[in-house]
Design a protein around this ligand. Sequence first.
Ligand code: MN
Ligand code: MN
Length: 469
Amino acid sequence: MSEKTKAQLLAEELLYKKQSAFETMNEEEMANAYKYADEYAEYLYNSKTEREAVATSIKFLEEKGYIEYKLGDNVVVGGKYYLNNRDKALFAFSVGTENINEGVRICAAHIDSPRLDMKPHPLFENDGFGYLKTHYYGGIRKYQWPTLPLALHGVVTKKNGETVEVNIGEDAGDPIFVVTDLLPHLAREQSKTPLGQAFGGECLNIVIGASPLMEDGKPCECDSKIKLHMMKLLNEKYGIIERDFVTAELCAVPAGKPMDIGLDRVLLGGYGHDDKVCAYPALTALTDKTTDTHTVICVLADKEETGSDGVSGMQCTLLAELIDEIAKALGGNGNVCRSRSMCLSADVNAGYDPNYPEVFEKNNAAIVNCGVVMTKYTGSGGKYSTNDAGAEFVGKIRDMFEEDNVLWQSAEMGKIDIGGGGTVAKYVANHNIDTVDLGVPVLSMHAPFEVISKLDLYETYKAFLSFCK
Ligand code: MN
Ligand code: MN
């Protein structure tokens, strides 16, 4: 082999070269990554809504010895707890041996994903079909949702206060639901409309049936025969009446399980990677960490996709209150604790898609299979509405990752002025907590079927482990 020239050696020393997981992972690590992805796929399938994610996570935590904590409860060093916020958001934490005034380490992901929610009066019939009317939740591209098998998930609270869980479309033998679309033969005019205007929000009506209620072998004598039939079927299964839709949280989500993509199976497709693909590593890093020095909090938030508002969103003061309560219980000072705390805002970034190079600036894009992505600032055009993490803080995180051989990359989301997006980072930072965004690159983000790399998922898990230890 010929010796390296001086310039080559200098280039190695001075220049940055993005590496892929195929260059850095050994065989054993690769096998671990694939195994970890299988476990994640199971979690993802069981966590299509925030409520399901909370239930799945609590079950997981209890198996690991975590116990329920309510605000005001005592906490002890070495204790492992979770705070269930209204069945829609979750805070899991383990109390470390270090003085609480040294701060806590937070991994904050969200567990809500874009979907079609039912309106308060969703049920209607029209020319032979029974429908549910939806109001989409989060940023969807409406054209992606017709002709897709949909499942109905959620809860309905009945008049007696009982809440029943609805889940139709996931079990073998279950029916599914669908939004229909025009045939190309008759879509000539529609096809001329701009993509964003071709499907209005009011077009996303879900077919839930097409037969009237029968009486004595004939359609019944009644104005809304199909609607009545659908309501009767729902009543038989769940004991609900039409009025109960008003107190329901019902969502249509893509039916079915996550699936391996490609002959090599390195990619994983599924609904709701954003942001369960960061929630799962945050959760498992908390339970798998091998040291107990730091107090670590894993936040699984709701409502990120609609702006983090409300009691289950990250603009709620609950995180700060929880930290204050923990500090108080351990004889510390909440304000001091928060000022020395650190947070990884665990959320996805846009993976560079070679089919759409025009929206990316490749040098500053997240490349799939090149590891977990650190996003120093999010926001859009002129860094508006961003949490811009400080250089010193980013430097600290970089040192941790490099010491633990975490494969990581730095990126923005897309070209300047093309678009942009936010995360919960700024809401955590508002509590005087150093915060930076970190997560998995995703292709087809917010689509009913999103794509990630299993290797990036594993590097994200390694990153959170490194941060929590
Ligand atoms: Mn997200
Ligand atoms: Mn999102």
